[in-house]
Design a binder for this molecule. Structure first.
Ligand SMILES: *Cc1c(COP(=O)(O)O)cnc(C)c1O
Length: 222
């Protein structure tokens, strides 16, 4: 798995180059998306210094995080969360739910957090490219829903926005989807995290102000 060392070094140096071009003051967090990978793969990347991993299914997050319980890892949930999986997710104490995608889901999470007297950190997912295949709130509704969650869900610590870039070979379309998300992020008073950028578009995301990347395939390629 020495290949992962090269992958990680290569990704970090690409991030660093894009980061410096954007701003020397920008601090960017890398989440390794391990959804297509085994716990052995995760352990290999851990050995080269990676600590934060993202999964898109609660069941996978449960199996992998329990298997790797001895390691000091942070786990992010990045996929669509069904209401019947909320309790399972909360029991795993994830570091961050990146894919909070409706007020209805937020209210359901709030109820369970209140009952268990716990809090959950989360990002509101925005469908900035307005593709039907994607989850997330519409850009036009984003600010209102964000504020409503802050007001009505005291046990959810909303930290910012997550978005998936436009699925396109047209660079300007990808840029536009990131710019829309950045503008929304900038108008939120206390938002800290702007999660955008994946294997194919993370440099464009950084150029548009992202401070959290979710990268899978280029890190784990063998
Ligand atoms: C799979 C996935 C990623 C990572 O995608 P890669 O192209 O493999 O880097 C990022 N974010 C979400 C929400 C995903 O589902």
């Amino acid at each position: 798995m020495i290949k992962f060392k090269n992958n990680l070094e290569d990704v970090i140096s690409r991030i660093e180059k894009a980061r410096i071009a954007y701003s020397r003051h920008q601090i960017i967090e890398l989440v390794a998306v391990s959804k297509y990978n085994t716990t052995e793969d995760i352990q290999a990347l851990y050995a080269f210094g990676q600590r934060t991993f993202g999964e898109n299914k609660v069941q996978d997050l449960k199996i992998k995080s329990e298997k790797l319980d001895e390691l000091p890892l942070q786990w992010h949930m990045i996929g669509t969360l069904q209401e019947n999986k909320i309790n399972t997710l909360l029991a795993l104490k994830p570091t961050l739910l990146q894919s909070l995608d409706s007020l209805k889901l937020a209210l359901a999470i709030q109820k369970r957090c209140e009952k268990n007297q716990i809090t959950l950190k989360a990002l509101l997912q925005v469908n900035s490219s307005e593709e039907v295949s994607k989850s997330g709130v519409k850009p036009q509704e984003c600010l209102e829903i964000y504020h409503r969650i802050v007001e009505s869900c005291p046990n959810i610590k909303l930290l910012g926005l997550m978005s998936i870039g436009a699925h396109s070979s047209d660079r300007s379309k990808i840029e536009l989807s990131f710019k829309i998300t950045k503008t929304l992020f900038d108008s939120l008073h206390n938002a800290k995290i702007l999660s955008m950028g994946m294997s194919q578009d993370f440099e464009i995301a950084i150029a548009n102000g992202s401070n959290m990347l979710r990268i899978g395939s280029v890190l784990f390629q063998k």
